[in-house]
Design a protein around this ligand. Structure first.
Ligand code: BT5
Length: 332
């Protein structure tokens, strides 16, 4: 949002404030104040005008100005009702030299996962891509993916959803394993479909992260971190779940704000990211099978190491896995 408009909005939120007072305070004309007020109304903000002046009495449910309003992180928000892919749009902005922009869409028509897989993105989802210009060598960029996974998990947990991280970048809700999955505590009764079905719980994917970057050997030019979080349970592929299945009063605007704020805090404290990841990890302590570009690795996932490698204890000793698709076989 343009700076003056944001200042008008902040003043209205602290209002009531009269047009002339606002004009003087912001050093703009009274006509300009009126224009900003009308533009805010057009963007869905409720602005009441009474004897004492203007006062904010409603915030739009979702959208760019709604997310930017009261956001405690330095991201400009570019909002679209529909995009092929927020990552594709974020890459365009990155190529133009932009930074600290969050591209947000209500739905995607060509959402992407890793390795060009599809990401199903029905209307009402949380779909966002962060354009970042971190002062990091490319080899350290996985730390930003981990930060996004931790931020998504923490935000979901704050919203009452028992989310956990599956290496490297999936956020899951596990039910039926004796953990409270954040709803009314009922077992969903479908037993364990992952692994050998010995009751370890059903994993359903709540969110996925896709990081892309461009850079030289010593420094990333830009990084795009794309985060997709399911909200409505309808329209999702098998094995997926949405936030509203576990938290019926979820506010999508507040969720995105908290997600951006938490990510912003984590990127400022890279030394804290691995510890935070461990705290929320579901993968550690599991027997896993990881399909990597160099073959399959089977063993117990014992730790995560800088900048995001999974340590797997195999029959031939510990192996550090940098990238791959991980399947949880059963708790070790
Ligand atoms: C991911 O890939 O999990 C990364 C997904 C990133 C999506 C975000 S949305 C905003 C931004 N813009 C984009 O275009 N992408 C990013 P991967 O680990 O490869 O998982 C993909 C697999 O998850 C698919 O092959 C399906 O099996 C499954 N899947 C697809 N859509 C899903 C959904 N909505 N919920 C859960 N699982 C899904």
């Amino acid at each position: 949002m343009q700076e003056t408009r944001r200042a008008v909005l902040d003043a209205l939120a602290d209002g009531p404030v009269s047009g002339p007072t606002l004009a003087e305070r912001l050093d703009i004309s009274r006509a300009a104040v009126w224009k900003h007020v009308e533009a805010l109304r057009a963007a869905g903000f409720g602005v009441a005008s009474g004897g004492e002046g203007y006062v904010l009495d409603g915030v739009p449910e979702y959208g760019g100005p709604a997310i930017e309003f009261g956001l405690g992180a330095p991201f400009a928000v570019e909002y679209h009702d529909s995009l092929p892919s927020t990552n594709a749009r974020a890459r365009e902005l990155a190529a133009e030299g932009k930074g600290d922009v969050a591209v947000v869409a209500d739905e995607q028509t060509g959402g992407r996962g890793r390795l060009d897989r599809e990401w199903v993105s029905p209307p009402g989802s949380v779909l966002l891509s962060l354009v970042l210009r971190p002062d990091l060598p490319p080899a350290h960029v996985p730390l930003l993916t981990l930060s996004a996974a931790v931020a998504t998990t923490r935000t979901a947990r704050e919203a009452g959803v028992d989310a956990r991280i599956k290496w490297p970048n999936d956020v899951l809700v596990v039910s039926g394993d004796g953990h409270d999955d954040g709803d009314d505590g009922r077992d969903n009764g479908d037993g364990g479909v992952n692994g050998d079905g010995d009751g370890e719980g059903t994993e359903r994917k709540l969110a996925g992260i896709l990081t892309e970057m461009e850079g030289e050997a010593d420094r990333a030019a830009w990084v795009v971190v794309g985060i997709g979080v399911n909200v409505e349970p309808e329209g999702l592929p098998a094995g997926a779940t949405g936030l509203r299945e576990h938290a019926s009063d979820l506010d999508r605007r507040v969720f995105v704000q908290r997600l951006l704020e938490t990510f912003d805090q984590l990127r400022a404290e890279p030394d804290a990211v691995l510890g935070a990841w461990r705290e929320h990890a579901h993968t550690l302590g599991q027997q896993v099978r990881v399909e990597t570009p160099r073959g399959t690795i089977v063993g117990e996932a014992t730790d995560i190491a800088f900048p995001g490698t999974l340590v797997v204890e195999t029959d031939d000793g510990p192996v550090e896995v940098h990238a791959g698709d991980c399947e949880h076989l059963r708790p070790a």
